[in-house]
Design a protein around this ligand. Structure first.
Ligand SMILES: Cc1ncc(COP(=O)(O)O)c(C=O)c1O
Length: 455
């Protein structure tokens, strides 16, 4: 097996078609004819290091929009498709701006995220026709900001999540949405606690709400990283029948918003492809609408992880190696950053990653490792999908070249969740774009981290 295949590089199935190995065994990323050497970047800018590739975001969004346009045409679907990027997944400017510039609408879930939208809008950094969906419980501050932006002409659409919000937005002259809670009987496997879901209204509650002046969107969200296609299609079928009933009371209703959930093949293939899924969703919606003699609904997707995870990598340096007396791995590789801090899902939801070296990718001698983060916590570790991580055999005392380890697909959720356990500094962050490297975030000094804690 070639090394490229072994490390699952150059493969669209794993979103690694931008990645390759150069003749020296370094991991490289190609943007057209521009090329970024990750070992070199780690050496030059130090580790831990995050590198963001805006061109990957742009290509992914373009591909998704083209896919929907093609399927809508092929299936003679008469509704429209809107992509809304959910900002909670990664609010960094270098992520949001490329998506907006490629035509993404936005989804926000707090007053502070909406405030960022307001700022972008005031600075005229985007097309004023952009649409912004507001999910999440609406605090007074959030409500005031929604109201302000609506009156100033931005299309801001609050999704009503609870009874109090009905009284605030139910008779609004602006577009509103409402959230249905998909019941546990429509069970799905995903990263979402269905047994204690606290969002939206049940179908019965929705029917009792009565007519709302300008209800246009029926929204639901069933979870993240949904690895079975049927777990996306079943809730859609359920939502369609709620939509049809709700439309009888609210004839203005014309859109279904399916929320997030499209998965990423982190360390293994996902069982379905986006093309087939989109075709199936549109077919189901078309057939249902035709059967019930209602117009084909517009469709909104808020796929976040799917859009941004592959656009960032996180790189650590191995700073020490220890023997493991008994275990599925042979050696601990201690790294100079923290999984609990920088890739917090490793600890929180036992996230599995696509891990490979940034250097020495031709190495023939590999070893089963467990990786230790450098905080003092015994949970600060990554032990891989099969209870080990295969990496080049390495001893910092005898090997002159450092070993860098790359975690792919780190662009979703990890930055917003990041923390400072043991007062470790966050990784420095680079943006690699058009052949240039920009430092987006310097490595925090002790003074800067101390300041966060009142020092
Ligand atoms: C309402 C809503 N929309 C979209 C998303 C994004 O989900 P994902 O990243 O799985 O696509 C989330 C995530 O929790 C969400 O709560």
């Amino acid at each position: 097996m070639t090394r490229k295949r072994f490390w699952k590089l150059g493969n669209r199935v794993f979103n690694t078609h931008y990645f390759d190995i150069d003749k020296d065994g370094d991991l490289i990323v190609r943007e057209g004819n521009n090329q970024y050497n990750l070992r070199f970047l780690a050496q030059k800018f130090g580790t831990p290091l995050e590198v963001v590739f805006p061109f990957i975001l742009e290509e992914r969004l373009e591909d998704l929009m083209d896919l929907f346009a093609a399927q809508i045409k092929a299936l003679k679907y008469r509704g429209k498709f809107f992509y809304h990027y959910p900002m909670k997944v990664n609010q960094n400017k270098e992520v949001v701006m490329p998506l907006v510039s490629e035509g993404a609408n936005l989804e926000v879930s707090s007053a502070n995220e909406l405030w960022l939208v307001k700022r972008m809008w005031e600075q005229e950094t985007f097309n004023p026709k952009i649409r912004v969906i507001c999910n999440g419980p609406k605090t007074d501050k959030y409500i005031r900001l929604i109201d302000e932006l609506q009156h100033r002409g931005l299309t801001v659409i609050p999704v009503i999540e609870g009874p109090n919000e009905v009284s605030v937005f139910g008779s609004s002259r602006f577009e509103v949405g409402v959230r249905v809670d998909i019941p546990p009987s429509v069970s799905v496997q995903s990263r979402w606690d269905k047994t204690i879901d606290k969002f939206g209204f049940s179908e019965a509650e929705l029917m009792k709400l009565g007519r709302m002046r300008n209800l246009q969107i029926l929204h639901y969200h069933i979870g993240s990283q949904i690895e079975r296609q049927s777990d996306i299609l079943h809730p859609l079928r359920y939502a369609l029948q709620v939509y049809a009933k709700l439309r009888k009371i609210n004839p203005t209703l014309d859109t279904i918003d399916i929320g997030g959930g499209m998965p990423i093949p982190y360390d293994r293939k996902v069982g379905y492809a986006v093309t087939g899924l989109v075709r199936q969703m549109l077919t189901i919606m078309r057939e249902y609408a035709d059967r019930h003699r209602i117009p084909h609904p517009n469709l909104i997707a808020e796929w976040g992880r799917y859009m941004v995870a592959p656009a960032q990598v996180t790189i650590y340096k191995v700073i020490d190696v220890k023997a493991i007396a008994k275990g599925t791995a042979k050696k601990w590789y201690v790294v100079d950053g923290s999984f609990m801090n920088d890739l917090l899902d490793t600890w929180a939801i036992h996230q599995k990653w696509h891990v490979l070296p940034a250097s020495n990718l031709h190495a023939k001698k590999l070893v089963k490792t467990w990786m230790a983060g450098s905080s003092c916590d015994s949970d600060d570790k990554y032990t891989g999908q099969n209870s080990y991580v295969l990496l080049p055999d390495f001893d910092p005392n005898t090997t002159p070249e450092p070993l860098y380890v790359t975690f792919l697909d780190s662009g979703a959720y990890q930055d917003p969740l990041a923390s400072h356990h043991c007062l470790l500094s966050s990784p420095a962050k680079l943006i690699a774009e058009n052949g240039h490297i920009i430092v987006a975030r310097k490595r925090e000094s002790a003074e800067e981290v101390g300041k966060l804690f009142g020092w």
